[in-house]
Design a protein around this ligand. Sequence first.
Ligand code: PGA
Length: 247
Amino acid sequence: MLVIIKDSYDDLSRQTAAMVAERIRKKPDLVLGLATGVTPLGLYKELIRLYNEEGLSFARVTTFNLDEYIGLPRTHPQSYFHFMQENFFRHIDIEPRALHIPDGMAPDIDAQCEWYEQQIARHGGIDVQILGIGANGHIAFNEPGSSLGSRTRIKTLTDQTVEDNSRFFKTAEEVPKTAITMGIGTIMEAREVFLLARGTAKAKAVRAAIEGPITAMVPASIIQMHRKAYVLLDRDAASQLTHVFRG
Ligand code: PGA
């Protein structure tokens, strides 16, 4: 696990985008796992800039998003499908059929989850998975207590996550209480994982994830077991780490 601490959120976004771009240039048909939330917004903005100004092409890239709310149509402004279109996909040259986001309106959610796993396998697995971290240590919608070997499935969100996400909805009642999420086992099969965090609100979770014991109560702590994990932090998110090399 390599922990990279940058002075600012902009630096963090640029660094992550440069790492993603390098991999796409090396392997134009990269399979890229993506995340929603506010943390990767700077990364998407910088990747769009690289597309516009530096000839980075996504034409052969395939993407798999981590999760989606159950019960929100793709057109809903808070669906993750909509988020990805608005913040990333519609600004780049990616093929619409190369995008994968679980369908939270699927009539058979279990079958949808199985289909999602099959699609990942059919594309040869995920090369690089982008991850955020929740204030409670979750990754994707794998809340504390999630099985560390879990696969794509339906999860009930914790009250804290519903509350955290309510800032995007008019009322907390409107926030969906269930989601389809890649499992922790699914995420761990990605060849590389990039976990991003910014801000003091994440500092405790970051410390628990990378300096604490590996435990299902802090799902992000599983990345200690990953063979190629990068943790990209701004100074605030890194502020509670004790083992920092300040050379
Ligand atoms: P955030 O969410 O990027 O909006 O902080 C991350 C997460 O909860 O996984």
